[in-house]
Design a protein around this ligand. Structure first.
Ligand code: MLT
Length: 325
């Protein structure tokens, strides 16, 4: 047999071995899931919930690492720069789609630098305030904010966070610039809202539902077209007279670009299995949200969602003229 043929044969065998070993062996060790916001917030809640159930299916632990800062872009950057071996993944949300417009010098490309795995859930947002905030209902809340825009303080998780986006939409709806205070996540922000150190916030039901039900914060509206079953007395933004504020925070899982397809497919399968688990659906339901359907927990669906949302939010952000750099 000529040397070239023998070499070609050995190369083919090596590729087959590598592929089959990866397919059979992946994952062989624990996986890091970067959550780009502080522990205890809504993104962290979704991350830990889905990581726990995916770990069971994968047979390896998915460990959550909180990397907060800059509205989620620091954590996303860490994953963009990570080894594309299937052992570092990112759980992020709508912030992946707003960052390219908000950060004009963004050091990563949310599309080119990542391999999508699948959508996880879409979470409603609620406009909330400290429990002793004066206005009793949505109409008086809006008027109060308009009249006191220079003294009302609004928390968010940094430019690019969902809480920042919702706050931007809120300021456009009430036509009043409000003092905003950034945190490394809305988990820490919620602590100060409950403590009364900050006045208002727009945050996801995964972080606000229990506080609203417990009366430790006040709620004025939800950003969905219909009222939520778990918060039936909470008006929608349309009912509250806040046009253009319908937004839901979709979450997806990504790996660094170049991650082997076998790993991507295995992660997507584990995600779909986790989302089909009635216990996961029940836990998400208690927090005002629901699992993404299996057909959306795929690389193709997340890719389409991300690309469409980048184009959707670009003109909205450009009209607001709010940029991080
Ligand atoms: C945000 O975008 O506001 C984040 O969801 C906040 C967080 O998860 O801490």
């Amino acid at each position: 047999m000529h040397l070239i043929q023998r070499t070609a044969g050995l190369t083919a065998v090596a590729v087959l071995w590598a592929t089959s070993a990866l397919a059979q062996g992946y994952p062989e060790r624990q996986i890091t899931m970067v959550v780009p916001f502080a522990a205890g917030g809504p993104t962290d809640t979704v991350g830990r919930l889905i990581a726990e159930r995916m770990s069971e299916d994968l047979g390896q632990q998915i460990l959550v690492e909180n990397v907060g800062g800059a509205g989620g872009t620091l954590g996303a950057q860490q994953v963009a720069d990570a080894e594309a071996d299937g052992y570092t993944i990112l759980l992020h949300h709508i912030g992946m789609a707003t960052a390219p417009t908000l950060y004009r010098n963004l050091a990563f490309d949310p599309v080119a630098d990542f391999a999508p795995v699948g959508l996880v859930t879409e979470v409603p947002m609620t406009i909330v305030a400290r429990a002793d905030f004066e206005p009793a209902d949505a109409a008086s809340f809006i008027q109060y904010v308009k009249d006191n825009a220079d003294t009302v303080t609004m928390a968010n998780a940094g430019i690019g966070a969902a809480s920042h986006l919702c706050g931007m939409l809120f300021m456009q709806a009430v036509d009043a610039p409000i003092v905003t205070v950034p945190y490394r996540g809305t988990g820490p922000a919620m602590t100060e809202l409950v403590g009364g150190q900050i006045d208002i916030m727009c945050d996801q039901t995964t972080n606000t539902t229990e506080q609203i039900k417990g009366g430790t914060i006040k709620a004025y509206a939800v950003t969905t077209p219909e009222r939520l079953d778990i918060l039936p007395d909470l008006p929608t933004v349309a009912e509250a007279g806040l046009p253009g504020m319908e937004v839901s925070v979709w979450h997806g899982i990504y790996a660094p670009a170049g991650t082997p397809q076998e790993a991507i497919d295995r992660l997507s399968t584990a995600l779909q299995t986790a989302l089909a688990d009635p216990d996961v659906a029940s836990q998400l339901g208690e927090l005002g949200t629901a699992p993404s359907p299996a057909e959306d927990a795929t690389p193709t669906a997340l890719q389409a969602k991300l690309s469409g949302e980048i184009e959707r939010w670009r003109p909205v952000i450009e009209e607001a003229g709010v940029y991080a750099d």
